[in-house]
Design a protein around this ligand. Structure first.
Ligand code: 5AD
Ligand code: SF4
Length: 463
C-alpha cells in the first residue's frame, strides 16, 4: 500500500499559531509487543511536548490513540471493536480526536478509513515523531491526515532511523530500541511488512540514551529488536557485534541490569554466550523463539535453523551458564502441521525443558506466504495449544521446584496488586518473586531466599 493513495497534507501550522490551539488530555491504548509499549512511551512524550496531559480515563480524554498490533488477528479485532465504541462517543463529543498508530496503521490505513471514518489520523510505525505536528494539523483543519511512509534500506541508512525523544520520564526499567524492522521474512509473520527493512541505530545514540536514562534513575535496560542479536549490520561506523554493544551498555554507571529481546537462533554465537557468562550486568536469561520442534515445519516457516542446531545452542548455553533461564515462543497449527509434527514439538519441549514459553495458535496474516498454504482446522489448533500449555506448565513447575532454597537477587518493582505489604520483582533469570517487607524497597536490588515454587514464579523470604 502506498501513502499516496491517501490524503496527505503538508505541515501547515506556524509555531505561534499552534500555541493558541486548545490542548486537553490524551489516552493511549496499546496492544502487542515491547516495541509497541516503547513506541507508546514516545508518542506520549511527543504529545506532552505540544501541551497535552495524560489521563487514565478513556471517557474523559480529548485525544485517544490506539497503538495497534498486527502480529495475530485478535489484537486487530480488538482495535476495530474499540474504534466502533469510539464512533458512538465521537457522536456525542464531536471534538474528540482519534488517532491510529502501530502495525495495523501501517498496513491497513485504507481499511481503517473505510471502516472507521471517524478516525482523524493514521500514523505508521516509522513516523511516530510526526505525531505532534499531525495532531496540531487535525486541531487546526479538522480533516484527515496520515503519515505512513516506511523507509527502504539502501546500504547504510542511518539517516532513516526516526528521531527520538530521549528526555524521558524517570523509570526503574526502560526499553531501548536498537534495531528497527526485520529482514528474515518468516512465512507466517507480518512484521517485515509493518516495520520494514532491518535498520540498526548508531551505537553512540544508544549509549547516549542509556546514559540519560541512568541519570533519570533507570536501573534495568531492555534492548529491543526483532532479531536483536543481528544488531549492527549496515551501520556507517561499521558492524558492531551485539555482544560488544552489551559490554558498552554495561559501562554506563547506574545501569545494574541488561536484558534484550528477541534474539534469532541462527545468529546466537559463542561471543554472546561468553558475554552472558562474563558480564555481570547481563542477566542470565535468554528468550529465544523456536517456533516449532519439527524440521519440515521450520523449513516451511523459513526459519534458518534446525531443531538440532537450536539444541546445540541450548547445550552450549547451559554448559557455559548452568543457572541460565531459557524461554521461547512456539506456534501450533502452522499450515500443514500434522499431528506427528506437533508431537515433534511436544517432544522437543519435553527434551529442552524451557523455563517458560509464549504459545500461540497460528493466525492467518494476509500478505504473508503462509496465508496461501493449506490451513489447519481451528479446533485442531485449539486442541494442540491446550495440550502444549499443559505440558509447558508442568515443565515450568518442574524447573522451578529445585530452585527452592536458593538465594537470588531481585530488583524490587513495587507492591503486588493484591497486598500492599507484598513486594514483587524479577530474579536475574526473569522469574517473578513475591515477598513481604516492612518498608518500601521499590527500586532496590535485594537478596531473597526462594521458598515456594509456582508456575508463575516464587514466594520468597527477604534476607
Ligand atoms: N500467528 C501466530 N503467532 C505468530 N507470531 C508471529 N506471527 C504469528 C502468526 N501469524 C508469534 C511468533 C513470534 C511472536 C512474537 O509472535 O511466535 O515469535
Ligand atoms: Fe517475524 Fe521472523 Fe522477523 Fe521475528 S524473525 S519479526 S518472526 S519475520
Amino acid at each position: 500500500m502506498s501513502s499516496t493513495d491517501l490524503l496527505i497534507r503538508p505541515n501547515t501550522l506556524s509555531k505561534k499559531k499552534s500555541k493558541t490551539l486548545k490542548k486537553g488530555t490524551y489516552f493511549i491504548q496499546t496492544w502487542g509487543c515491547q516495541m509497541n509499549v516503547e513506541d507508546s512511551e514516545q508518542i506520549a512524550l511527543y504529545l506532552e511536548q505540544i501541551g497535552f496531559k495524560p489521563t487514565d480515563n478513556l471517557s474523559e480524554a480529548h485525544l485517544t490513540i490506539l497503538n495497534t498490533c498486527s502480529v495475530r488477528k485478535k489484537p486487530e479485532d480488538k482495535a476495530f471493536s474499540m474504534l466502533g465504541e469510539l464512533a458512538i462517543r465521537k457522536r456525542r463529543h464531536p471534538d474528540l480526536i482519534i488517532g491510529v498508530c502501530g502495525c495495523m496503521a501501517q498496513i491497513r490505513c485504507n481499511e481503517i478509513r473505510k471502516r472507521a471514518p471517524h478516525v482523524d489520523f493514521v500514523i505508521g510505525t516509522a513516523q511516530i515523531n510526526k505525531i505532534g505536528q499531525t495532531v496540531e494539523n487535525v486541531l487546526e483543519e479538522r480533516s484527515f491526515f496520515s503519515e505512513i511512509n516506511l523507509p527502504e534500506r539502501k546500504g547504510a541508512i542511518v539517516s532513516d532511523i526516526p528521531e527520538r525523544q530521549v528526555e524521558r520520564n524517570a523509570k526503574l526499567k526502560s526499553f531501548v530500541p536498537i534495531q528497527y524492522g526485520c529482514d528474515k521474512f518468516c512465512t507466517y509473520c507480518i512484521v517485515p511488512e509493518t516495520r520494514g527493512r532491518e535498520r540498526s541505530r548508531p551505537t553512540v545514540d544508544i549509549i547516549d540514551e542509556v546514559k540519560k536514562l541512568a541519570e533519570y534513575g533507570t536501573k534495568e535496560i531492555t534492548l529491543l529488536g526483532q532479531t536483536v542479536n543481528s544488531y549492527g549490520k549496515n551501520l556507517v561506523e561499521g558492524r558492531v557485534p551485539f555482544s560488544e554493544l552489551l559490554w558498552k551498555v554495561a559501562e554506563v554507571d547506574g545501569i545494574e541490569r541488561i536484558r534484550y529481546m528477541s534474539p534469532y537462533p541462527r545468529d546466537f554465537k559463542t561471543d554472546l554466550i561468553q558475554t552472558i557468562r562474563d558480564c555481570p550486568k547481563v542477566m542470565e536469561h535468554v528468550h529465544m523463539p523456536i517456533q516449532s520442534g519439527d524440521n519440515d515445519v521450520l523449513k516451511a516457516m523459513k526459519r534458518l535453523y534446525t531443531v538440532e542446531s537450536f539444541k546445540d545452542i541450548i547445550q552450549e548455553l547451559r554448559e557455559t551458564i548452568p543457572n541460565i533461564t531459557i524461554t521461547t515462543d512456539i506456534i501450533v497449527g502452522f499450515p500443514g502441521e500434522t499431528e506427528e509434527q506437533f508431537q515433534n514439538t511436544m517432544n522437543v519441549v519435553r527434551d529442552i525443558e524451557f523455563d517458560g514459553s509464549y504459545m500461540f495458535k497460528y493466525s492467518i496474516r494476509e500478505g504473508t506466504k503462509a496465508a496461501d498454504m493449506e490451513q489447519v482446522e481451528k479446533s485442531v489448533k485449539e486442541d494442540r495449544l491446550a495440550r502444549l500449555i499443559q505440558l509447558q506448565n508442568e515443565i515450568t513447575l518442574k524447573r522451578n521446584l529445585p530452585e527452592v532454597g536458593n538465594i537470588d537477587e531481585v530488583l524490587v518493582e513495587g507492591v503486588s496488586a493484591k497486598n500492599d505489604k507484598t513486594y514483587q520483582g524479577y530474579t536475574r533469570g526473569f522469574k517473578m518473586v513475591h515477598f513481604d517487607a516492612g518498608r518500601d524497597l521499590t527500586g532496590e536490588l535485594v537478596k531473597v531466599k526462594l521458598e515456594n515454587a509456582n508456575v508463575w514464579g516464587f514466594k520468597a523470604y527477604l534476607l
